[in-house]
Design a binder for this molecule. Sequence first.
Ligand SMILES: [Fe+2]
Ligand SMILES: [Fe+2]
Length: 474
Amino acid sequence: MLSNNVDLNAKIPNNVGLADDPKLLRALEKWLPSYLEWWHDMGPTDFEDKPVYLRTAVSVENDGWAHYEHVRMPDYRWGIFLNPREQASTIRCGDDAGKPAWSEVPGEHRNALRRIIVTQADTEPASVEQQRLLGHIAPSLYDMRNLFQVNVEEGRHLWAMVYLLHKYFGRDGRDEADALLERRSGDPDKPRILGAFNQPCDHWLSFFAFTMFTDRDGKYQLAALSQSGFDPLARSTEFMLTEEAHHLFVGETGLDRIIKRSAELQRLDPNGDVRNQGGIDFDLIQRTINYWFTYSLDLFGGEISSNAADFFATGLKGRYREDRLPEHRALDQSYRLPVVDGGRLVERDVPLRNAMNEVLRDSYITDCERALRKWNRTLEEAGSPTRLSLPSRRFHRHQGIYADHRFNPEGELVSQSAWDRDHGRWLLRPEDNDYLLSIMKPVYEPGKFANWIAPPNKGIEGQPVEFEYVKLHD
Ligand SMILES: [Fe+2]
Ligand SMILES: [Fe+2]
């Protein structure tokens, strides 16, 4: 039975009636120690005995689902939460739009659904691995707490997907759940599935760019899956989105605070030299945006994709906010996009269903453009002449129709030699990391912030900014 309230006393907190399904409960209780071992090996282990001011899901109600208190991360109540539905759900898109949604996995969609779930699931532990050492160079206790909040919730997202694998995919699902704890971000022999989740995230500029751009891909993937005809997946991802919003907040405001501080340092310095003042210069910020935005664009998959068409046609994956769109079949419509033909860019029309990845990427880019406008307002208000921008969606791609060509950030085709000459001006480079690590020293005093970032406007959950968000000396 689904309910709004979560059984927090259960070994695995849940609102999916685990107690009534002894076989599933046993399987998940067996997976639990492996999960904790993975967390201990690959999570922010060096801080695991420190109480952190974390929110924990206690209900799936729209308001008041979260509870805040100081807890040690290994004691966080990871659990399984599905959004309850008032009415019976329907398939939201494709050939069967409007028919009843599936509460079990239809045999013909089993492989595709398992692949979708495993791919989503794999990103969750990957990001924890990528971020595991950042606590050592946290710019404040406030930021450190946000990092750890993101980490424990990515752990919970893994639980959400593992529940689906265990409950609906039998033996294969259990094997996949085990494999999720065996792959490692950046490991050449057993890497994580998607490119961006194997990129190093060594410092906080990348952390904020990752939570801004890569977690935002997650938001759009989850939103598309929340429109799935497989009802348990739709309801899991709906609840994950409520948690994801905070991750995006951390990234967007983190970058905004860096930009604000850099503008102050630019003004302070007689030559407008931000680096001379120990800050992060705007060229470096722009290179970071270029790097993480483009790796995140890859996550949406190919521009012209028969898989995407199939997922849409069969109702496995909808568009962003499919339920609010006027029609749900996407037949007899086309999508126009530039393709490379004979060494130049020409426009081509493709059937809309085949362009569903690109349609979702459009929603994502619009959202990123909004954040850029906000950051540029921050620059304007600070009296800085600098403006930041998003590169073209064709720039620096490793997936899809643009991956075999070289483009500049404006989206124009360039030669390989021009790329070799210029890409160091456009993308993060090793010496950037050296510089960033040289200025990122930990700041662990409550209310104090590193020189390269402005404090936030307010604290977490009504607490003051100088609140002791992580108790390092308890
Ligand atoms: Fe997540
Ligand atoms: Fe996230």
